[in-house]
Design a protein around this ligand. Structure first.
Ligand code: NAD
Length: 476
């Protein structure tokens, strides 16, 4: 059974009542699996007012109490991970093992925010006179709004919920209408964990209408968005116009650099698995492969073999390694990369087309011999397609890797400590992975630079965007 979809406002699960409804589709076969109610203007106003009212008491609730609720949410997430994961497969498409792992990771994020929320410290600054005390206080910023995407519907939402609630803020969150079940499940988890009414509110609707209304509201003090660069720039501009803080986790086009001294087969195996995870619909997916010319052939042979052997199918089928694309919009997007590659003299080594008329299946696609200014080398693919090019020199590959406006993740494979140190200093990226993939853990900061956005989620940095700094100076 697919989840019962609803709004969650002021502690109430709401649907029906003549509200507009949107069909939710299973990307594996196009069937309608649910009806998602859209929030009316009244619903949005109620959510804002509830969040404002709840903030007055939640901000004063002790960090220990807040921590207990987040911890309980973590326990419930572990208990419910299998069911949440199955529903993610149904409305998002990824293989069941990936979906369940995503739900489990939410428990870790809830627990991390439970722990760190108890360590939001201020400081004492030594005064110039003995009878003065100077204090720095960190206070919750207020009512936050968040907009989360469909590629990781559970884990992208929990980071924003954990950061807001753990810091003493309250939240109105609009999840992804294409893949909504995980966000509804998170609302149920926090409700059952004893979160007071109004602290977390979930709304749905036409994305730009909801975000425009919420960001302009004088009740709102902070905006957090994960999604594409163009939308992020619009929302950041609107937030700035109303002098609201923002955290922007936007797209990337992650370079992968494999040096001639790398463990080539191991690198190819790891990268192959990571590239096609969630059908490549991952903001930190490895997407531009720069291979040293001396190991190019070896790497490509291994990567192609692994990709040919990969099973593509419904995420619920045994052995499926890659599911359908999450929504039909991604199919023409993939086709446009293939068309440009053909026009620019690229070679389609594998794939290049839709796999069936039913469902959003697109073949894992490998393209070689592309120029650096082709579409696939410059625009975020966000799908199961990857370009591979050669390089010769360290400085040359750094220049090419840094040449795009993005700055999210990057990957390097080398056995040389000298290369590893030099490249981690040189890459313009928010995250550098050397010889493995180690990002997106609850205890490590996740975020980009340049057009990929600002602010970090996770790590001790997670609360920075949700706190004001207040200076108090006091004379005896
Ligand atoms: P899109 O740019 O229309 O939307 C991206 C996300 O933002 C969606 O979740 C959407 O619901 C939301 N959104 C769109 N307009 C909005 C608005 N005005 N206010 C609030 N939310 C809004 O593209 P899409 O077709 O849904 O997704 C494809 C592109 O999105 C990809 O190219 C990829 O770059 C990007 N994306 C990035 C991430 C990420 O993790 N950084 C996640 C999902 C999508």
């Amino acid at each position: 059974m697919y989840d019962d979809l609803c709004l969650y406002i002021d502690g109430e699960f709401i649907k029906g009542g003549g509200r507009r409804e949107q069909d939710v589709l299973n990307p594996a076969d196009g069937s309608v699996i649910g009806k998602l109610p859209h929030a009316s203007r009244d619903d949005l106003d109620r959510a804002l007012t509830a969040a404002q009212r709840a903030f007055e008491s939640w901000r004063k609730t002790s960090p220990l109490e807040r921590s207990k609720i987040l911890r309980r949410a973590g326990e419930l997430l572990r208990e419910r991970a299998a069911a949440i994961g199955r529903n993610i497969v149904l409305d998002q498409g990824k293989p069941l093992a990936e979906a369940t792992a995503e739900a489990m990771s939410c428990a870790e994020h809830a627990e991390w925010h439970a722990e760190e929320g108890r360590r939001i410290y201020g400081r004492v600054i030594p005064p110039r006179q003995p009878n003065v005390r100077q204090l720095v206080l960190r206070e919750p910023i207020g009512v936050c709004v968040a907009f989360t995407p469909w590629n990781f519907p559970a884990s992208q939402a929990i980071r924003k919920i954990g950061a807001a609630l753990g810091s003493g803020c309250t939240l109105v969150l609009k999840g992804p209408e294409d893949s909504p079940s995980a966000v509804v499940a998170l609302a149920r988890v926090f409700h059952d964990a004893g979160l007071p009414a109004g602290c977390l509110n979930i709304v749905w609707g036409v994305p730009h209408e909801v975000s425009d209304y919420l960001i302009r509201s004088p009740i709102v003090r902070k905006v957090s968005f994960t999604g594409s660069v163009p939308v992020g720039k619009q929302l950041a501009a609107l937030a700035a116009q109303h002098m609201k803080r923002s955290t922007m986790e936007l797209g990337g086009h992650s370079p992968v650099i494999v040096f001639d001294d790398a463990e080539v087969e191991r690198a190819a195996d790891l990268l192959q698995a990571f590239k096609f995870r969630n059908a490549g619909q991952v903001c930190v997916s490895p997407t531009r492969f720069y291979l040293h010319e001396k190991i190019y052939d070896r790497f490509m042979a291994r990567f192609l073999d692994k990709t040919r052997a990969m099973k593509v199918g419904s995420g619920l089928e045994e052995g499926t390694r890659m599911g359908p694309l999450a929504n039909t919009r991604r199919l023409p997007a993939m086709q446009s990369f293939v068309e440009d590659a053909n026009a620019r003299g690229g070679r389609i080594e594998l794939g290049g087309e839709r796999l069936s008329d039913k469902g959003n299946f697109f073949a894992p696609t490998i393209v070689t011999e592309l120029p650096d200014d082709s579409l696939l080398m410059t625009a975020e693919p966000f799908g199961p397609i990857a370009p591979f090019v050669r390089f010769k020199e360290f400085d040359e590959v750094v220049r090419r890797a840094n040449s795009l406006p993005f700055g999210l993740a990057s990957y390097v494979f080398t056995t040389s400590t000298k290369n590893a140190t030099a490249i981690s200093n040189a890459l313009e990226a928010g995250m550098v992975n050397i010889n493995h993939f180690g990002m997106a853990l609850a205890e490590t900061p996740f975020g980009g630079i340049k057009d990929s956005g600002w602010g970090s989620e996770g790590g001790v940095e997670t609360f920075d965007g949700y706190l004001n700094t207040k200076f108090v100076t006091q004379l005896d």
